[in-house]
Design a protein around this ligand. Structure first.
Ligand code: KMH
Ligand code: ZN
Length: 272
């Protein structure tokens, strides 16, 4: 089996420190969380950023200051994957604009869906505009798949030649409004991927750990972090992102799956 790529989703856009005191939101906190996550085994940082009031932001200046802080404090430097999802309701033009900073990777959300009580809008027109921006800025997309039909949306974009292989897919399972985090669902999704794909899974909430363990055994990759799940176990908040990542690294090593470094991850994902 290939080495395991662990992505740390350290912050997200939906949470705050009242709900999760350990959530890193300032550039300094994100730099420390990234450093600890890399030491714990992560090689990719999935990055959402905040403004001076701690509100979710897609502004270039806010991305830039977090990227600078992370690069300064992490050795080896992780792959920094921008979120183009942002917070629910963010304008598509702002979500796309962040790609101008040319991160190595960024998320690419594959469809409109209920997202809790909200609607997360990603129309085909949005996706085509996003795909054009990825090409223009030479950024590698990670395709976020929340539902089975999103694989068909990806296949449509492939057919229309908006996106090119290899296709890096992240199954984000357990969002209220989309697919739950059942193992049978994960198996179905893996079986229906387009050729020349890699995959990982990000289980939301209580789905995080069981899906990660299955992905480790199935040869997939894993995303964990406070964006997706704030509990270490039932009733016990996680003390940090690194705590969640360390557990995944321990489990992977116990079952004989080595962990990919940032350098190895670049090779595995064919990043420039
Ligand atoms: N905050 C969610 C609405 C992404 O990063 O691309 C979307 C999200 C996905 O977090
Ligand atoms: Zn995200």
């Amino acid at each position: 089996m290939e080495k395991l790529i662990i992505t740390a989703a350290i912050t997200g856009a939906e949470l705050n420190k009242k709900i999760c005191p350990a959530l890193p939101t300032t550039p300094e906190e994100q730099a420390q969380a990234s450093k600890d996550s890399i030491e714990a085994g992560a090689s990719i940082i999935h990055l959402h950023v905040r403004d001076e009031q701690d509100n979710p932001s897609q502004k270039l200046e806010h991305f830039q200051r977090s990227v600078d802080a992370i690069k300064k404090s992490c050795s080896p430097t992780p792959i920094i994957q921008f979120s183009t999802g942002g917070a629910v309701g963010e304008k598509m033009e702002n979500r796309i604009a962040s790609l101008a900073l040319k991160p190595e990777m960024a998320s690419f959300n594959l469809g409109t869906m209920n997202f809790g009580e909200d609607i997360f809008v990603n129309t085909f027109a949005d996706m085509r505009a996003l795909a054009a921006a990825f090409k223009k800025h030479n950024v590698v997309p990670e395709f976020e798949i929340y539902d089975a039909g999103h694989i068909d949306n990806l296949k449509k974009l492939i057919k229309e030649k908006w996106v090119e292989p290899p296709y890096h897919c992240q199954f984000v399972l357990g969002v209220p409004g989309a697919m739950a985090g059942d193992i049978s669902g994960l198996v179905y999704l893996v079986e229906h991927l387009p050729e020349n794909s890699t995959w990982g899974v990000a289980g939301i909430g209580r789905f995080e750990l069981p899906l990660a363990v299955h992905a480790i055994l199935m040869g997939g990759n894993v995303r964990v972090g406070l964006e997706d799940n704030i509990y270490y176990k039932k009733g016990q908040l996680a003390s940090s992102n690194a705590e969640l990542i360390s557990r995944i690294s321990r489990i992977a090593k116990e079952v004989g799956r080595d962990i990919a470094s940032p350098h190895e991850t670049k090779k595995l994902l064919n990043l420039p």
